[in-house]
Design a protein around this ligand. Structure first.
Ligand code: GDP
Length: 175
């Protein structure tokens, strides 16, 4: 049984950068399941002596490409299969309709999720955080995947979610 966390967000918000930052820690083993790399990457990370499986997904957005529908489907499947969803946004940009759509889809899944704003190293101000709070986002964490800011806090937050709030590990061993 694994504690699994799926990272979702539209393209370019920094999902892969965050996934790499988290999984390239000393205790991590990153495995690319060949054939699935366009859809999902899996990486094990040890936080406070517990193992977590992070799942990096392809971006969910409205731009249509040859693969976009399949990528979206895979991302949503990963979200359904995980114990916790990390919904990632780009803090330097305003909230887009794609962000809002994804936020609503995730909310309707009735699964545990939380919001992380990436790229806080970019000084440009946006209304993204306020807009998300107004939409009932709950607690918002802020990181810079590229500059390693907020990563320890993010790991602690995840550990607390699983240990203090007793997120039930998923019994789906396919992951
Ligand atoms: P994904 O499509 O959501 O997986 O996004 P990527 O991880 O590929 O990142 C998209 C772009 O954002 C790349 O050019 C990254 O270098 C950049 N990026 C990712 N994280 C950060 C960050 O914390 N700060 C800044 N300034 N750029 C970032």
């Amino acid at each position: 049984m694994l504690n699994s966390i799926a990272i979702l967000g539209r393209p370019n918000v920094g999902k892969s950068s965050l996934f790499n930052k988290l999984t390239k820690s000393r205790n991590a083993i990153v495995s690319d399941f060949s054939g699935l790399t366009k859809d999902r990457n899996f990486g094990y990370v040890s936080i406070k002596n517990q193992q977590y499986l992070f799942i990096d997904t392809g971006g969910v957005g409205s731009e249509i490409t040859d693969f976009s529908e399949a990528i979206t489907q895979q991302a949503l499947l990963a979200a359904e299969d995980s114990n916790l969803i990390l919904l990632l946004f780009d803090a330097s940009e305003e909230l887009t309709s794609d962000d809002i759509n994804l936020f609503e889809i995730i909310r309707k899944m009735n699964k545990n999720f939380f919001i992380v704003l990436n790229k806080i190293d970019i000084k440009k101000r946006s209304n993204l955080k306020d807009d998300l709070l107004k939409r009932g986002s709950g607690e918002i964490l802020e990181v810079s995947a590229e500059h390693s800011k907020g990563i320890k806090e993010l790991q602690s937050y995840i550990s607390v979610q699983f240990n203090e709030f007793h997120l039930i590990p998923n019994t789906n061993d396919d992951l």
